[in-house]
Design a protein around this ligand. Structure first.
Ligand SMILES: [Fe+2]
Ligand SMILES: [Fe+2]
Ligand SMILES: [Fe+2]
Length: 415
């Protein structure tokens, strides 16, 4: 069940930002670090609280439009073929969440050079975008293998040598004003930056309601599923199926709504998996499957670190566990697997079987149900939930389809 309804926006945003950079060790905390710099520069520029918070949140997600780890690494190395594409996509993705709407434009223009603006630097959007431009650039220039206080002077001169065409001189002045403090550099590169920000950054006092959490979970689901054309609508389907089954099973409205979030986020950990494995056309090797097995562990770690949604974290993350203990990664058994986790497991398999895949067509009711019943009879999945699905198959299938059509519409609008 969804606990006491207090989810902190800052904790949620930091956890998601962190998750977005799990695709490669070289990206570790990259967006969190950029957000720290942007926040410090925004304070130096005397931005009022609301625009400062929007700048900070935009920076936490600024490269979200680069969906795969490969694309993110290319951006980090300055090797992206089309720099504008991830800005456009990122802006559109953020626009789907009302509380992130003010961040969408900042992300849209985070690579726009100073000479391309026609408005003055006093314009708030120009200032925010230019600050993020500088924060992102500075973060990319840091040598992660070198002691930070041995390179800070060099970093400032490298950033200062960017032309006036690229960056307004005020940005360099702002940086120089915060860079005098050693603690700026030490916080920036501290492995504890996440907790430093959790206790001091903008967004601390803002609570997220369940309705907002559902919208945010749809947004995050898009970041996961839009990476591969074969999974574009997968989590939308799981979410709809799981919440419908929960409702038919007699769970409360609060639980049924919470189930939407669990369904949307069940494969969150796939953010850490490269596309070469996600999109592989054919059987996975043992080594590749070992990488896949990490995904629910990551789902669990990210969601449980948000706080206030422990039950949702468990429902989402236990979907590959099996009642006899043969699942992964926690090898939980029927004693430990509650009804919510059992429902998500079944909704996941049901949705996957009914979907088109590169190597097969979507299955019809008879074929899908015979696979599910077989798993139920072997006591791997809960047979009572499978019987409930069987008895209401058409209704659940229709609802799942509708949710998947909607997800496909969003995908087509963003790409
Ligand atoms: Fe970027
Ligand atoms: Fe999964
Ligand atoms: Fe899944």
């Amino acid at each position: 069940m969804y606990h006491n309804g207090t989810i902190n926006l800052l904790n949620l945003a930091l956890s998601l930002s962190d998750a977005l950079d799990l695709g490669s060790p070289i990206l570790f905390q990259r967006q969190i670090r950029s957000a720290f710099v942007a926040w410090q520069l925004g304070q130096a520029a005397s931005l009022p609280p609301e625009p400062l918070k929007n700048l900070f949140m935009a920076a936490l997600f600024h490269d979200l439009g680069a969906l795969s780890p490969d694309e993110k690494v290319a951006l980090y190395r300055g090797q992206a073929e089309n720099l504008d594409a991830h800005c456009v996509r990122g802006g559109r993705l953020l626009q789907t969440v009302p509380i992130f709407e003010p961040c969408a434009k900042i992300v849209r223009y985070h690579h726009r050079q100073w000479r391309a603006w026609s408005e003055p630097i006093e314009n708030q959007l120009v200032l925010q975008s230019q600050i993020l431009f500088l924060a992102d650039t500075l973060e990319r220039f840091i040598n992660r293998e070198q002691y930070i206080l041995h390179q800070n002077d060099e970093l400032i001169s490298r950033v200062s040598s960017l032309s006036d065409n690229q960056i307004h001189p005020l940005m360099i002045d702002l940086l120089k004003s915060v860079a005098r403090r050693e603690d700026f550099w030490l916080d920036l590169t501290s492995p504890r930056l996440y907790s430093i920000l959790l206790h001091s950054a903008p967004g601390r006092g803002i609570e997220v309601e369940l309705g907002q959490l559902i919208i945010i979970s749809e947004f995050v689901r898009n970041l996961i599923d839009f990476r591969s054309k074969f999974t574009v609508t997968h989590s939308a389907g799981v979410s709809a199926a799981a919440s419908m089954i929960a409702s038919l099973f007699g769970l409360t409205e609060l639980e049924t709504e919470s189930m939407k979030v669990a369904g949307n986020l069940h494969d969150l950990g796939k953010m850490a998996i490269p596309n070469s494995i996600l999109e592989k056309n054919g059987k996975l090797t043992d080594e590749e499957f070992a990488v896949i097995r990490q995904h629910t562990y990551v789902t669990y770690m990210v969601l449980s670190s948000i706080g206030g949604i422990q039950q949702i974290a468990e429902w989402a993350a236990f979907h590959h566990e099996r009642l006899d203990g043969s699942g992964y990664p926690f090898h939980l058994t029927s004693k430990q697997l509650g009804i919510g986790s059992r429902i998500v497991s079944i909704a996941d398999i049901f949705t996957a079987l009914a979907e088109e895949r590169p190597y097969r067509h979507g299955m019809n009711k008879n074929d899908a149900m015979s696979i599910l019943k077989d798993l139920g009879n072997k006591r791997l999945l809960d047979i009572n939930i499978i019987k409930l699905l069987d008895a209401n198959y058409e209704q659940i299938h229709w609802l799942t389809n509708e949710a998947q059509k909607k997800a496909m519409d969003t995908y087509l609008q963003i790409y």
